[in-house]
Ligand binder design. Structure first.
Ligand SMILES: NC(=O)C1=CN([C@@H]2O[C@H](COP(=O)(O)OP(=O)(O)OC[C@H]3O[C@@H](n4cnc5c(N)ncnc54)[C@H](OP(=O)(O)O)[C@@H]3O)[C@@H](O)[C@H]2O)C=CC1
Ligand SMILES: CC(=O)C(=O)O
Ligand SMILES: [Mg+2]
Length: 553
């Protein structure tokens, strides 16, 4: 049976008055133009200028130059920037997000041109509120992406050079879910950096000191969160790219007090569950084996790996009908020491839940595949090319349609190239990667890589949470976002064997995710906007859509 028939998402609601014609409460003013005579007359034709901007963009040879051009355009002409992004998602997303945002971060201090977002440093401790109040659009702020730069993509500790990740994610909130640009607040916390190369770089823009102790960071974060709420009472916070220990710690510490989520743990969990639901269906159809037969092997057991494993528990319990204990037994992890077993001394807290009590401490990936016999291999290890030909062949020998997701970012750290996975598996692989890969032709057929990246989830999750005015983000809201994404494939996309929808449809998908999140918030009683409860499903979707900001060009 298809998983869609097992998971019943649709909830029927009594019909109520139509909200369809209510104008967006948060309508954004049309862009103002300079006074007559202050710009060339032909600029009055925005269609031509759109083509001019696109041509200027495409004339740049390097992705990083295109990224710089787009950042400049965003400041000069926000509406044009978003018009270009929204209408050319597949082309522009890799330039403002992964993989190019990785280079933008590495080169942030060298390429710096103008201020954007807020930098709050450990030196501001004791007066963080005062600093936050310098933000010019306090009333408007609804969503902040906050990083401490300690684990940017798979690139490690980049200190304040992590700022472009907050900026890039927020651009996707605007483009992908219609959050007003003025409502976004990128924040980079400067708690020092352990990146010695940056500490020695005269151009480095952050504090020249090592990262502070955990105790000092806790004190800082407690004050920061308190002051964020006091300064921006309507703000949702997304924690991004904190190193794994701090990622789990601060999610646990604050999630019940503030509306927040950790994108690497929860957003990634949601996007991978979604793709896995569709992949497992394809794989089981090909093998004739039931969904309950799946076994998942992870390479990488950090914030992303463990976040995904926790979320995939729902695949086994919700869809495959297993008990939580059976579900846990289907998930295996490898870290830098090998297969994670419970008897390993000094095992980190976040690795304990999935640590095996029934396996030998094997080290070699191919040996582990032979022992575990996984149907799916997921990479969140930051190890480029870790999925070698031997690995893909071992997966293909075990499975008619092996599921292989090399999810590490940016593309230079991907565990496997798409073309290799397709050819080494004889065209049988079901593939999704963290960063985008171009389609490949194999056996006379075009194969399209899925993009298992949290960018499919966080814009819609954030939109729903903001519109429902939630007091917190529950696990079930994250799961609702995931199921809504999985559910969003069109018959066409399913027929083409896709496991994620086409990126061009992201706004439409975000509406479905947001509506699912609103409903789940209502069920859990964490919604502040009670009037939404009376809406029927179509009314809610139309209302959400009406709230989305669009570039006015
Ligand atoms: N596709 C997406 O949407 C997302 C992708 N990611 C990507 O996931 C990656 C990991 O992120 P995160 O979990 O936070 O980072 P971490 O650095 O915390 O985790 C990396 C994990 O990989 C393990 N590892 C490192 N080297 C090896 C090796 N040689 N063999 C086996 N395992 C190894 C580490 O082992 P040990 O614990 O022993 O050090 C650790 O468990 C990043 O590249 C990030 O960009 C993250 C979020 C979203
Ligand atoms: C995509 C993302 O959040 C990461 O690689 O960290
Ligand atoms: Mg991240």
């Amino acid at each position: 049976m298809h998983w869609l028939n097992i998971v019943h998402l649709a909830q029927r609601r009594p019909s109520s008055p139509s909200y369809a014609n209510v104008p967006p409460l948060d309508a954004h003013p049309a862009p103002s133009r300079p006074a007559h005579g202050l710009e060339p007359p032909a600029l009055a034709n925005p269609g031509v200028h759109y083509q001019r901007c696109l041509a200027q963009l495409r004339s740049k040879d390097k992705a990083i130059e295109r990224n710089i051009y787009l950042q400049q355009l965003k400041h000069a002409d926000e509406h044009m920037f978003y018009k270009l992004v929204v209408e050319n998602m597949a082309e522009l997303t890799p330039l403002i997000y992964t993989p190019t945002v990785g280079d933008a971060c590495l080169q942030f201090s060298a390429n710096y041109r103008r201020p954007e977002g807020m930098f709050i440093s450990i030196k501001d401790k004791g007066k963080i509120g005062q600093v936050l109040r310098n933000w010019p659009r306090r009333e408007d702020a609804r969503i902040s992406v906050v990083t401490d730069g300690s684990r940017i993509l798979g690139l490690g500790d980049l200190g304040v050079n992590g700022m472009p990740i907050s900026i890039g994610k927020l651009s996707l909130y605007v483009a992908g879910a219609g959050i007003r640009p003025a409502s976004t607040l990128p924040i980079c916390l400067d708690l020092g950096t352990n990146n010695t190369k940056f500490l020695e770089d005269p151009l480095y823009l952050g504090l020249r000191q090592k990262r502070v102790s955990d105790k000092e960071m806790d004190e800082f974060m407690d004050e920061f969160m308190r002051e964020m709420r006091a300064t921006f009472p309507k703000l949702l916070i997304q924690f991004e790219d904190f190193s794994t220990d701090h990622a789990f710690h601060y999610l646990d510490r604050f999630r019940h007090q503030y509306p927040l989520f950790n994108d690497d743990i929860q957003g990634t969990g949601a996007v991978v569950l979604s793709g896995f639901l569709n992949a497992a269906q394809l794989s089981s159809e090909a093998s004739g084996r039931p969904l309950s037969d799946h076994r998942i092997l992870f390479l990488g057991s950090g914030s992303a790996g463990v976040g995904v494993g926790m979320q995939l528990m729902s695949f086994f319990t919700l869809v495959a009908g297993l008990s939580p204990e059976e579900a846990r037994s289907r998930i295996y992890y490898i870290d830098s020491q090998g297969l994670i077993t419970a008897d390993r001394p000094g095992l980190a807290e976040h690795k304990k839940f999935f640590a095996r009590t029934d396996c030998p401490p094997l080290k070699d990936l191919v040996d582990i595949i032979g022992y575990v016999k996984p149907t799916a291999l997921l990479g969140l290890s930051t190890i480029k090319n870790a999925f070698t030909r031997d690995v893909i062949e071992a997966m293909t020998a075990l499975n008619e349609r092996p599921i292989v997701f090399p999810l590490s970012n940016p593309v230079a750290l991907s565990e496997c190239e798409f073309g290799d996975a397709v050819s080494w598996s004889g065209g049988r692989v079901i593939f999704a990667s963290g960063s985008p890969f171009a389609p490949v032709t194999y056996g006379g057929q075009e194969h399209v890589a899925g993009q298992g990246n949290n960018m499919y989830v966080f814009p819609g999750l954030g939109l729903g949470a903001i519109l429902a005015r939630v007091s917190s983000i529950t696990d079930s809201m994250v799961e609702a976002a995931s199921l809504a994404l999985a559910h969003s494939l069109t018959p066409d996309e399913r027929a083409a064997g896709l496991i994620y929808p086409r990126l061009e449809r992201i706004r439409e998908i975000s509406v479905g995710i947001a509506a699912g999140v609103v409903r789940e918030a209502q069920k859990r009683g964490v919604d502040g906007h009670k009037a939404l409860r009376a809406m029927s499903e179509p009314e809610l979707r139309t209302w959400v859509e009406g709230k989305m900001w669009s570039p006015m060009i």
